[in-house]
Design a protein around this ligand. Structure first.
Ligand code: ZN
Length: 440
């Protein structure tokens, strides 16, 4: 039986052991962050650039002093043979594949056909993010997109990511740092996930917390359609004007399901509502710079420690972008921190090193914070070694190493807050600058 064959059993065991455990990861799913000091919000624009639409989106953003994050594609021109879908349905752009700007109009969208628009996006201080070259899902989806072609496995999905990554770097002199899976489908048919792919790419997983519409089917009139695109924003701001601070909003840089450029009509009004509530619209990277984690404010020293460790390649946050600092550090997590990432070796081989494995010598030095003699609550060396020996990538997913790390002399568990502080300090004093991932 393969590892994947074992998965249902492992999942069942994990449920018995106390439910779904958060997975330590260098790739964090960014949908919102803890509110920054000022009211900041980010808007993401998917599936472009689109001729005739992106120009207007950029003009609107620039007129309002706002910056956007554009989840661009490479081209859907190679996604044929295919047959047209029906407007107003989820398959509006094609039956077997997606086609942007629309079926038969692939030359109007994407980096390959519209490089000048991508250049203009970057020149305006906006952010470019990787939404895949061909907009193929990472794996099959059995409900809405049943019958759609997806990548055969992680290697093909990674190659497609890399193709757009390299094209961006060649065109702009700068590569993306964020990725968003087409249709948010995370699993590849061979058992890997968007997190594994993005770890190999050196990306963060870009999600969103509020849908501005702009992709849905049009209503009876233009006014009703625009109203539909403003509803979610209005409701949020009316309930609590501060509620959107730190949030990532979703918009579309292309036609909606009814082939109308709703984003061009709605964006000026959406930006007006945000400005009236005191928001500054920034890129996702700017947002992460002001507040990196979902559950810890940027002013908390734990946020600074975790940021430092992540920059060094230590997976000290969880996939949902939390740090859970008051919780006990588990042995599996500690092993993950010390042993490095949990990525598939086949994919790591293809990575460009932006997320290089931490250097083993640096890791050994960092263990110093656990040893007796370091002030605080040291962990018994033997316990740590046992934990490292037993640990393998599957254990962090199954909770096999779920026992809290206990100090050597007994007593309570080590909290993540303490562990972050100690390890960040060890990184500064015991490891030279050589223990940094390239480009960090
Ligand atoms: Zn998309």
């Amino acid at each position: 039986m393969t590892l994947y064959g074992l998965r249902p059993v492992l999942r069942w065991t994990r449920t018995l052991a106390g439910g779904r455990r958060p997975v330590p990861s260098r790739v964090r799913r960014i949908s919102a962050v803890a509110p920054p000091a000022e009211r900041l919000v980010a808007i993401t624009f998917d599936d472009g650039p689109t001729r005739g639409i992106t120009e207007q989106v950029l003009e609107t953003l620039e007129r309002c002093g706002a910056r956007g994050t554009f989840d661009i594609i490479g081209s859907t021109a190679d996604n044929y043979p295919d047959t047209a879908g029906r407007a107003g349905t989820p398959l509006w752009s094609g039956r077997r594949y997606d086609h942007y700007a629309a079926f038969g109009r692939d030359g109007e969208a994407g980096l390959r056909a519209q490089p000048d628009l991508v250049r203009r996006i970057a020149a305006g201080g906006h952010e470019v993010s990787n939404h895949s070259y061909r907009h193929l899902a990472f794996g099959p989806e059995h409900l809405v997109y049943r019958g759609r072609h997806a990548h055969e496995g992680a290697a093909a999905a990674l190659e497609d990511q890399r193709r757009l990554h390299d094209a961006c770097r060649a065109l702009l002199g700068q590569a993306p740092r964020l990725g968003r899976p087409p249709h948010y489908i995370d699993r590849t048919p061979d058992g890997w996930s968007a997190y594994d792919l993005y770890d190999a790419m050196g990306y963060q997983y870009l999600a969103a917390s509020l849908d501005l519409g702009g992709w849905r089917r049009s209503r009876n009139s233009r006014a009703a359609t625009v109203d539909d695109a403003l509803a979610a924003l209005r409701t949020q701001l009316r309930t609590d004007p501060a509620a959107l601070s730190g949030q990532v909003l979703f918009a579309k840089d292309g036609y909606n399901m009814s082939l109308q450029p709703v984003v061009c009509w709605a964006l000026p009004l959406q930006l007006e509502l945000l400005a009236a509530a005191g928001y500054r619209v920034v890129t996702v990277s700017e947002l992460l710079e002001s507040s990196p984690f979902a559950d810890v404010p940027p002013t908390d020293p734990a946020a600074a420690a975790a940021r430092r460790l992540l920059a060094a390649g230590v997976p000290c946050a969880f996939r949902d972008n939390t740090l859970r600092v008051e919780g006990p550090l588990r042995r599996g997590e500690l092993a993950a921190w010390l042993a490095g990432p949990v990525s598939p070796p086949a994919l790591l081989g293809a990575a460009d090193g932006r997320h290089a494995r931490p250097d083993p010598a640096g890791m050994a030095a960092a263990r110093g914070w656990l040893e007796p003699g370091v002030p605080g609550e040291p962990v018994a060396r033997a316990e740590l070694e046992r934990s490292l020996e037993r640990w393998e990538w599957v254990s962090s997913r199954t909770g096999a190493d779920a026992a809290p790390v206990a100090p050597g002399g007994g007593g309570g568990a080590v909290t993540r807050r303490l562990a972050l502080a100690r390890m960040a300090a060890a990184l500064g004093t015991r490891c030279g600058p050589e223990w940094r991932r390239p480009g960090a």
